[in-house]
Design a protein. Structure first.
Lengths: 518, 315
């Protein structure tokens, strides 16, 4: 049987500040070190334990998973697994591994390593946050040295997407003994290996025996090395790029402010793409007044998402429905077709009155400290909600306090960013299903649960699409929280940097095919 | 003298003890803990949280945690970072040279700026020059470090390209490159402190200007420069030296902002991150270190008094 493919969704690449017409693509040049500036500290390099985005940026180049996502098309592609089959009942996945992939110690990547990897992630002693993603796995069997069978407990339509992430990267058998301390040392099969690690700088060097070739059959990666530099202050990050001390800046801190500040500089290029992550207004559904769905609907009606995007992102973003607009395959509904999406403060007031609050209500709102836009979003919302009778008290708390309250569902509302996924199951289930691993909203709706469960356990893509069309409407109607906006994502490179693709998923794998023209 | 030194050094022990106990209990009062930060936003599984908390020893009462920590510290073991699992001692060893160089460099720059400026302001007869210098020092005091730092980077690194933005080699390995790379952050850190010291120098010079011994010196026909240097400045510097002890504390505190702006991986930034991430072992180590340095510097200041004013004796 042919593998199920999650397909298409073209990431739009925009060059804001491109001076002059581009000549035809020049031949890649090998050598040099790519200097990448990021704002977040790099904390932990254990692929199955790390959660910080900065760590994952490094892991993307060091570890490889069975499948990978094409950074441009967001299609699933073979990686360490060169092909796979799925049993008719959708419960058994058999992967055939490529034979030329090796770990950085020279040993071949084989089926026992795949088994060891999944066992390691699921071992409670690893304390891997990835374990919940692989919960459907019943067992992993080595069929032969280059074939491995994964059996699931129940049909999980998003299973293949789950295998395409460096945080589920394949590690060798006895990884922990071989590597010593996986937090600061690595042993993967990716295009680069670790040369130097500190929390402020990570130096990677090319792995000479890396298997992947470019379109012309040339060896990858092109650059001799990659140097990640941590520069916490966004203004300094931009200055270092302008001073020619960095080749690429990306991640938190490289937002619309940076894009505007650097647009127009002749020696720089601004890249942008629609993000899969979205800003949201989290709501505690069990707390009055939000336990009444009419109050949540009133919140949704009171918000003018278009204005919010104009003010906070200067128009560079898309109104967020439950499914990202980039995932066209899954037919995301436009805002006009979603219930309670049209800004209508008068109707919101009515609903609030019907819910027993004719004089309005006072609510607290907690913006996350680590997302620079969150406070601004909260301020815009405060003003918009006031028109519908909501008085908002903005509570600014530090990051650890936010996390503690988030985890304990101790909030009225909060403003934050939820990371997205290319599969609607991963995108929605964990936040919205009543048993979801991150349903801190305490949202519980039998119909939504049923739709999400069915979609998860249906292998047929056409049937899944139908279910998600229904789910999108149901979610927008019951308002577990407010999806606000998918903002554009930015990166800025020096002009001589070629071949870098900014992916919606924020993946750094394109660095293997990035080179500096001299 | 020796006895005095030993006494002062011994008094460090209770200071460090009290400070560490205070910080330990204070950070436990605020919500959030390293286990939650470790798990991040990936899931809300209470069992996993309990497991991580147990591993980090956070399931014990605070006084038990403190006792265990103290028992280890006494044996020279600062523990492991809750956030990264790396030994705290190694992290401190990595970060400390950056902060020490930055702070020392800033102190030298501050004195190099403050003493001439303060002397000039304190001895000049021109009211305009005095007022100009007063205004300048007021500016230096009030401009925030993050702004000064960003402006210096934009002017001298981005536009003029005189100084690198991200280059901080160690002084031991490349002294010149190090002084070059650290110049802008050190200047940023020095600015408010230079202003404070300059004002103090000026004020003390003004205070001694009409002392009898200054008049005598002048009456002897000494050159004005000699009067200022040998008779006025040496006496005027005593309160200034006291201020330097306090400034040392400011330098360590100010390094948090400056290290953040200039992306220097020093102790200040480490401490800031430790607070944000509730990395208790790292935070405790940073606090102990800063307290230790602060007390030592003030001890050194007390000893300098003896040199400056022979009337002061420690028995």
């Amino acid at each position: 049987m042919k593998a199920t493919r999650v397909t298409v969704a073209v990431a739009v690449l925009l060059a804001l500040a491109l001076g002059g017409a581009q000549a035809q693509a020049p031949a890649p040049q090998r050598g040099g070190t790519l200097r990448v500036g990021i704002t977040q500290e790099i904390l932990n390099l254990d692929p199955h334990v790390a959660t910080a985005f900065s760590s994952i940026q490094v892991l993307d180049l060091v570890y490889e998973s069975l499948l990978r996502l094409n950074p441009q098309t967001l299609e699933l592609e073979p990686n360490l697994a060169q092909s796979w089959t799925v049993s008719p009942d959708g419960l058994e996945y058999t992967f055939t591994l490529r034979r030329d992939a090796t770990f950085h110690d020279g040993s071949t990547v084989d089926a026992s390593d795949v088994k060891a990897t999944i066992d390691r992630i699921l071992d409670p002693n690893t304390k891997s946050p990835q374990a919940s993603f692989l919960a459907p796995v019943k067992e992993v069997t080595v069929v032969n040295p280059f074939a491995v069978k994964i059996t699931l407990r129940q049909v999980t339509a998003s299973f293949l997407s789950l295998l395409a992430a460096s945080t589920r990267g394949i590690v060798p058998v006895n990884f922990d003994e071989k590597v010593g301390d996986p937090k600061v040392k690595t042993l993967g099969s990716g295009p680069y290996q670790l040369a130097e690690f500190s929390s402020s700088a990570v130096r990677l060097v090319r792995y000479e025996r890396y298997w992947r070739r470019d379109g012309q059959g040339g060896r990858l990666p092109y650059s001799d090395g990659v140097l990640y530099r941590v520069i916490p202050d966004a203004a300094t990050l931009r200055a270092a790029l302008r001073a020619g001390e960095l080749d690429l800046i990306i991640g938190f801190g490289v937002d619309i402010t940076a894009a505007r500040a650097l647009a127009g500089a002749p020696d720089l290029r601004v890249l942008s793409v629609a993000d899969l992550s979205y800003s949201l207004l989290g709501i505690q559904n069990e707390r009055p007044p939000f336990s009444d769905v009419r109050v949540r609907q009133a919140l949704s009606l009171a918000v003018d998402r278009k204005q919010l995007i104009d003010v906070v992102y200067t128009g560079r973003g898309t109104i967020a429905g439950p499914i990202p607009p980039t995932l066209r395959e899954w037919q995301p509904l436009p805002a006009g077709q979603l219930p309670h999406y049209r800004a209508d403060p008068a109707r919101a007031r009515e609903l609030l009155a019907q819910a027993g609050h004719p004089r309005g209500v006072t609510i607290k709102m907690m913006p996350i400290a680590t997302v620079p836009d969150a406070v601004q979003i909260a301020q815009v919302l405060k003003e918009q909600l006031a028109r519908a009778g909501f008085t908002v008290d903005i509570e600014q708390v530090d990051f650890a306090t936010f996390l503690a309250r988030w985890r304990g569902s101790q909030f009225d509302t909060f403003v934050s960013l939820n990371s997205g996924s290319i599969d609607p199951d991963i995108h929605l289930y964990r936040h919205i299903h009543s048993t979801g691993s991150t349903n801190v909203f305490k949202f519980k709706d039998a119909n939504v649960d049923r739709l999400l469960d069915q979609a998860r356990n249906t292998a047929d893509p056409a049937r899944r699409r139908q279910l998600y069309a229904e789910a999108q409407r149901a979610v927008a109607d019951r308002v577990p929280f407010l999806f606000l906006a998918y903002a554009d994502l930015f990166a800025v490179t020096r002009a001589p940097v070629q071949g870098f693709v900014l992916a919606s998923t924020r993946s750094m794998t394109p660095l293997a095919e990035t080179w500096i023209s001299r | 003298m020796q006895r005095y030194l030993i006494q002062r050094l011994l008094s460090l022990v209770p200071v460090l003890f009290v400070v560490s106990a205070l910080v330990f209990s204070l950070v436990h009062l605020i919500p959030g803990d390293p286990a939650q930060v470790l798990l991040g936003f990936e899931n809300t599984d209470p069992e996993q949280l309990a497991r991580v908390r147990r591993d980090l020893g956070l399931d014990r009462p605070v006084y038990v945690q403190y006792g265990r920590w103290l028992a280890k510290v006494v044996r020279g073991d600062l523990g492991k970072s809750a956030r990264t699992g790396r030994p705290v001692l190694g992290l401190v060893r990595e970060a400390l040279p950056f902060t020490l160089e930055l702070a020392t460099y800033a102190l030298v720059l501050a004195l190099a700026i403050a003493i001439p400026v303060g002397t000039l302001a304190g001895t000049t007869r021109s009211r305009l020059a005095d007022a100009a210098m007063q205004l300048l020092t007021l500016l230096g005091l009030s401009l925030p470090a993050f702004w000064v730092g960003t402006m210096l980077i934009l002017a001298f690194s981005v536009h003029l390209r005189w100084f690198p933005v991200l280059s901080f080699p160690s002084f031991a390995q490349a002294p010149l490159a190090s002084l070059w790379g650290f110049f802008l952050p050190a200047l940023t850190l020095a600015t408010p402190n230079a202003a404070a010291i300059a004002r103090m120098v000026r004020a003390s010079l003004v205070a001694v200007r009409h002392e009898e011994y200054v008049k005598v010196a002048r009456a002897k026909g000494l050159r004005e420069a000699v009067v200022v240097r040998r008779h006025m400045l040496k006496n005027a510097l005593i309160p200034v030296v006291t201020l330097i002890g306090i400034v040392a504390g400011y330098l360590l505190g100010g390094s948090i902002v400056v290290e953040q702006v200039f992306a220097i991986p020093g102790v200040g930034r480490m401490g800031l991150l430790a607070i944000v991430q509730r990395d208790y072992p790292v935070l405790q180590a940073v606090v102990l270190l800063v307290t230790f340095v602060f007390v030592l510097v003030n001890l050194a200041v007390d000893l300098v008094y003896v040199y400056l004013d022979p009337r002061i004796r420690y028995a």
